[in-house]
Design a protein around this ligand. Structure first.
Ligand SMILES: Cc1cc2nc3c(=O)[nH]c(=O)nc-3n(C[C@H](O)[C@H](O)[C@H](O)COP(=O)(O)OP(=O)(O)OC[C@H]3O[C@@H](n4cnc5c(N)ncnc54)[C@H](O)[C@@H]3O)c2cc1C
Length: 395
């Protein structure tokens, strides 16, 4: 593990949000020698991060319709395997064509993978069935890509553990209830300790809004707007591993067209719709039914599998107002310096992206923060191997 750079004199950054994005940002800034405090209103990773599908994306899912995100995913997929080895099941993924229409999508898919430098190997039905015997036997073709299974919680815990070892202060059950703002400058936040019920203030030179689908609400505390739409999706966990590789349907992204093997479960997902408030997370029964129906097309044994759980989580998607299902929105990410965007100094928002791209999001945001602080330290998270997730509990 690399040691942090010498500390920048007294510069202090407050990160709001203890999901994967906040974790990776705390790690990046701590390595650059910046004093960091991170506050999370619940348990660490209790937002979207701890509830996602667990797919380390190769980017292939976005290769045709969202090439920017495809490139981000393959780059970060490669880096994460290096700095967080052991956090992934390196099982690869198959994109499976079941219909003539899927086959018509195949050339664009292969071209998109090539353009984004995602390794893709075309397989015959026989080759695919040898790898995954439970696949629908009437498949027409499959493409193998470097998708993988990740542990949604343990992987970010490695970022928290390493950040803390490098001096970051990580405070959970600490909710930001307001921002300290005078004369267009944010100088920290008012917080409520959820355990003791005490109110306090935390001063900071820069406050970063890393609250994922809550970004819009926290930005509003500074009187600014961020174009985030919370876009929930439903996942269905079935008992038993019905596949060992990550399966995607080879077509334009749709509902229930991914199956991720997670330990002794198979997770079918997801759906997508758009809400105003990320707390509005119901689990619509018609979405759960669709997971069964679509999952069964990829693996017929889904029909007889035993139900374990169904839940939902909300994506923080950068989108225009009035988005429909959220499928049409890019999975790319953005760091917004509100001094430039809204003339509010000392406040930055990092949002969008995927769990797969958390490190890249942190690098982009830390560059913005360091520029504001006058800290001239380069990012070192590409090569710094993370502590194991168990180091989080040892702290
Ligand atoms: C259904 C679904 C499936 C997905 N599957 C995958 C996948 O397989 N692979 C992948 O790469 N990505 C996946 N994603 C995307 C990924 O989960 C998210 O992009 C990522 O987890 C977002 O992380 P985050 O840290 O930005 O947000 P979050 O994890 O939501 O973290 C934000 C945190 O801010 C906290 N917070 C909010 N308000 C306050 C406040 N006032 N004070 C203090 N703290 C506050 C919240 O409690 C929360 O913990 C999926 C998303 C969804 C919805």
């Amino acid at each position: 593990m690399a040691t942090p750079a010498p500390r920048a004199p007294d510069a202090r950054v407050l990160i709001v949000g203890g999901g994967g994005t906040g974790a990776a940002l705390a790690h990046d800034l701590a390595l650059r020698g910046v004093r960091v405090t991170l506050v999370e209103r619940g348990e660490l990773t209790s937002g979207t991060t701890g509830r996602h599908h667990g797919l380390l994306h190769s980017g292939a899912r976005y290769a045709v319709s969202d090439p920017e995100s495809a490139v981000e995913c393959i780059e970060e997929n490669t880096i994460l395997r290096r700095i967080a080895a052991g956090s992934f099941e390196e099982n690869d993924g198959l994109f499976v064509a079941l219909t003539e229409e899927d086959m018509e999508y195949l050339p664009a898919f292969l071209e998109g993978c090539e353009a984004s430098r995602i390794p893709a190997q075309l397989l015959s039905p026989e080759q695919a069935l040898r790898l995954e015997p439970n696949l629908n036997p009437s498949l027409k073709a499959a493409v193998r890509v470097p998708d993988a299974t990740m542990d949604a919680m343990r992987m970010p815990l490695r970022f928290f553990a390493t950040a803390r070892a490098n001096g970051a202060e990580i405070l959970n059950h600490m909710e930001v209830t307001g921002l300290l703002i005078h004369g267009g400058i944010v100088s920290g936040a008012a917080v409520l300790d959820q355990v003791t019920g005490r109110d306090a203030e935390i001063q900071a030179d820069v406050t970063v809004n890393a609250t994922g689908p809550w970004s819009e609400q926290v930005a509003r505390m500074a009187g600014v707007d961020v174009p985030i739409r919370p876009s929930p999706g439903v996942m269905l966990a079935l008992r038993g591993r019905l596949c060992n590789m990550v399966l995607n349907r080879l077509h334009r992204s749709g509902d229930g067209d991914i199956i991720v093997p997670q330990r002794a479960l198979s997770i079918v997902g997801t759906s997508s719709w758009v809400v105003e408030d990320p707390e509005e997370l119901d689990v619509p029964q018609d979405h759960v039914r669709r997971m069964w129906e679509e999952g069964e097309k990829l693996i017929p044994a889904v029909r007889g599998a035993r139900f374990r759980a169904a839940w939902s989580a909300a994506r923080p998607l950068i989108g225009s107002r009035g988005a429909d299902t959220g499928r049409e929105l890019s999975r790319t990410f953005k760091a917004i310096d509100h001094a430039e965007a809204d003339r509010v100094e000392g406040f930055v928002t990092i949002t969008g992206g995927k769990a797969t791209t958390l490190r890249g999001m942190a690098e982009l945001c830390a560059d913005v923060v360091c520029r504001k602080l006058g800290v001239d330290e380069r990012c070192r998270t590409r090569e710094t191997v993370l502590l194991p997730h168990t180091a989080h509990y040892a702290a």
